[in-house]
Design a protein around this ligand. Sequence first.
Ligand SMILES: C[S@@+](CC[C@H](N)C(=O)[O-])C[C@H]1O[C@@H](n2cnc3c(N)ncnc32)[C@H](O)[C@@H]1O
Length: 281
Amino acid sequence: MHIIRRLAYATGTPPAAARSEQKPKPTADPRQTDETIPVCAHWFGSWHFSVRRRAFSSNELGGVYDNEADVWDARLERLGVADAYQTLLRKLVAGDDPATGSRPMRVLDAGVGTGALSLALGHVLHRPMRVAGIDLSDRMLDQTGRHLSRAGIDHVLQRANITELPFEDGVFDIAMTAHVLEHLPDPRAALREMVRVLKPGGLLIACMTRRSSLGAYVQWKWHTHQVSPAQGKKWLRDCGLRAVRAVPFEKGTACRKMSIAFTGRRPIDNVIPTNETRKWN
Ligand SMILES: C[S@@+](CC[C@H](N)C(=O)[O-])C[C@H]1O[C@@H](n2cnc3c(N)ncnc32)[C@H](O)[C@@H]1O
């Protein structure tokens, strides 16, 4: 019996007796999610064809980005991201940055990575700022801490999910995020959180992967959305933001080709539409 079993295993066809001793197949990985992200969709007459792909779960993303942390800065440098972020932010925050303002600006950088967006903002702001950075990856946060300290930027960093921000309502002058929302099956869950923690009148900045050949590569590798200007603006408006704009990148090899920024403001009158009011608008 023992010899038969060994022979069967060697040929890859275990007999029934041996099969019954095999471990049961594990059920689905509990870290995985069954939420999906659209890859492409087309109407043919009255037919709608779409392909969707499973999104990475938060657990998976934390792990994947932990592995990327050591090479992330070199990658951003090769792609000219610092220059691209600075040029973009200089344009977007000009009106929020009076040279005479003395109070430090309170800034949220959600999915801070190694701190590239915050460092860029530090370069272009006249006022001092205090950055709250959150991320799923501890190793990314370690790098951010080192970079922001070296740049003399006041900061607090925390491991947290962008969909459950550990902050009070209405505390930030600027809430920003770069290349994070496209990872989420429904980016509006995160945008609503960012709007909640913005002060009335505060500025939201969201950079995302846009539709392009490079965007398609990013989507293939990272299971992300590729966002059109109309789609991105709709997401921001759905979350109650006003004065919503799509802003192209002017600098940076990769950002110009694959990224797009969206901005909007939390209304001063503080009315954020609920699902009930949104239905009628
Ligand atoms: C593409 S990197 C961008 C990092 C940085 N914003 C930049 O522009 O270089 C995405 C970052 O978002 C983080 N991230 C992804 N999903 C997140 C989530 N749900 N909540 C918080 N951070 C998240 C990842 O760990 C990673 O550090």
